[in-house]
Write a protein that binds this ligand. Structure first.
Ligand code: ZN
Length: 296
């Protein structure tokens, strides 16, 4: 078992604890290492919810008592030894019939995570923005070891999207480290994975009935409509980097179709989450404008 860390309390400013290591150890389904996962304490106004961005990311205000808190960095459980990672509710559900393969890849996992995030990564220590970003990076590969029961493609899409969000925070906190250069790549990856997830919902290739939340952020669940919206939203962002006009047009037409599906999904507009509905309309206008400009 990996020892309980001595510095199990995050101390910021006025000796204020914002997280804790769980009392009971988790056990890695692959290498069987036992370790303690760190979770965020949520009471006492530690996190102050601010506005919802157009990409459905929740912004949190800085607390005068607790400082800047990043709830996103605590939700992926990572085995500190073999670096297998998944969202906390899925961690123990990995397909252990593939343990040999999963373990044989552990050296590659470490190499890639160190290439991107440095050699100081240690998941027995308190999370910070760097290890938080690394946890999502590892979760993208971690869902390769899951069965269709947990809708792994959407989990990879969420991991890639939240990685791009955490990279934004890192770029703001450490502007000299060039983390901003990685953001378009993981946004594009999220866009591809969202498109794939939407197709999978049609074919039934993976299952979504046990899905806890479609997210995309940890404080919201915008359901199937939210997934279609995110697919279109990310496609619009990704299209900025597409030099080929015909490809760009095709991607944007596909994004428009996704939005049309929200309106045609059989429910009345009153049944759809309110904050999303206005954003859907705005996105539809933005994509339509972009398509019209390209056709000129
Ligand atoms: Zn492990």
């Amino acid at each position: 078992m990996i020892d309980f860390p001595e510095d199990d309390v995050i101390v910021r400013g006025k000796n204020t604890k914002i997280s804790f290591f769980e009392k009971n150890p988790r056990k890695c389904p692959f290498c069987l290492t036992e370790f303690y996962h760190e979770s965020l304490l949520t009471g006492n106004s530690r996190i102050i919810a601010g506005p919802l961005r157009n990409d459905l990311r929740r912004i949190y205000e800085k607390s005068s008592k607790y400082g800047k808190v990043y709830p996103l960095i605590y939700v992926v459980t990572v085995c500190p030894k073999c670096l297998y990672a998944a969202f906390s509710e899925d961690f123990s559900l990995a397909d252990i019939s593939r343990a040999d393969h999963a373990l044989s890849e552990q050296y590659n996992r470490r190499k890639y995570v160190e290439d991107f995030f440095g050699t100081d990564i240690d998941f027995t220590k308190n999370r910070d923005l760097v290890s938080g970003a690394a946890s999502y990076f590892l979760a993208i590969s971690g869902y390769y070891w899951h069965t269709k029961d947990v809708f792994p493609t959407l989990k990879k899409a969420l991991s890639s999207l939240r990685l791009s969000w955490t990279l934004e925070d890192l770029a703001a906190e450490m502007p000299s480290e060039n983390y901003d250069r990685l953001i378009p790549f993981f946004q594009y990856k999220a866009s591809e994975l969202y498109t794939k997830s939407i197709d999978i919902m049609q074919t039934g290739e993976e299952l979504h009935d046990k899905l806890k939340s479609f997210g995309p952020d940890i404080d919201n669940n915008f359901g199937y409509e939210g997934m279609l919206y995110m697919g279109a939203c990310l496609a619009l962002s990704a299209s900025v980097f597409m030099p080929d006009k015909a490809v760009k047009l095709s991607v944007l037409e596909d994004a428009k179709t996704k939005i049309s599906r929200i309106f045609g999904s059989g429910k009345s507009s009153k049944a759809k989450p309110g904050p999303l509905l206005d954003k859907i309309r705005e996105l539809h206008v933005s994509i339509t404008d972009e398509v019209e400009t390209l056709k000129l």
